[in-house]
Ligand binder design. Sequence first.
Ligand code: PMP
Length: 386
Amino acid sequence: MSRLYFDYAASTPLDPRVKEAMDQAAMTAGNPSSLHASGRMLREKIDRARQSVAELLDVDETEVIFTSGATESNVAALDGIVRAARASRPEKRLRIAAGAIEHSSVSATLAQLREYGIAIDNVPVDADGRVSPEDIAKAITPDTIIVCVMWANNVLGSIQPIAEIGGVVAAARAKRGPKDPPLLFVCDAVQAMSTQPVLPRQHGIDALSLSAHKMYGPKGVGALYLKRGTPFAPLITGGGQESGRRSGTENVAGIVGLGRAADLLLVERETDRERTAALRAGLVRELRAISGLEVFGDDGRQLPGTVFVSGRENGDVMAMKFDVAGMAVSAGSACDAGSRKNSSALAALPDRKFFEKGGIRISFGRFTTEQEIRTLAAQTKKLVRQ
Ligand code: PMP
């Protein structure tokens, strides 16, 4: 039996059109910092990719920094903003308000910053896995320098009220005087990029992370949008690439892949979103009819390509059964909360039922067919009865 892939939230398949662009770039000798023709050719490719990402986000090219992926983008944003703020206000206590279900690249960085004396205010989520803008407003104090909330959660698929949170941050910012620290909005948009219009300027976002391998590009490359003028101390220093904000010889083939993936999204994202949402609607209808299965979130504000379901068995066992049946899904397990990335989002939910049982995340997108979804639904019916 051929294997079916329903783990797009872990990593999307590489679009063959992206691979073609990458192959060409990978075969060009040279270093993009070199002044000879080969170097200049590679530099041009990077510049073009930067234009593509900037166009996708509707930001200026100078505000796009290429990184090794969203883990680095998140760490660089949080750490870089904190170190810049500390340098200008060494005597002040600094605070960060963050959502309770952030990705581990954010939560682990926050835990480290806490050890360095930064106070972290965790903002809870509701039963739908959503942070409330009112709670964000309450968490902001005069010492808060960052509000950090992801665009959409990687386990539950819950889309956060980013526009409203942006409004809350803007209102709090407007009350600050010239001597107060700046208040910045940091957003991890990794899971939203493939289906949502992610436009950081519209929501007053100062720093935003994305990853190529969640938008049909290659693994190991991503970008950080950093609004012009944002006080920032670079995480990786050295040769001064990326205008001094991220040193190291550029991953040209990866960056070209990210650029091509961005070009494709600009044209195809709307169609992808509609098609994926239709697949989700059909799948959820089928899954809800299976007794013993519970589908997370039904308020219509989930990512179109992500469905989290809980069954009678724990998530690991369910995921293994699916794997044996030839279908790749991810486990969101209850039994070993804390040691697994997937569990922390479940642990933060006020409703314990999804946490206690755990469950599986089914995720899909551009290349998923209706037939594959039908097979998945039929197999799920069998597997949960076994
Ligand atoms: N944030 C979120 C929400 C993610 O889902 C991921 C990938 N699992 C990351 C950050 C990290 O991205 P990368 O794999 O590019 O380091």
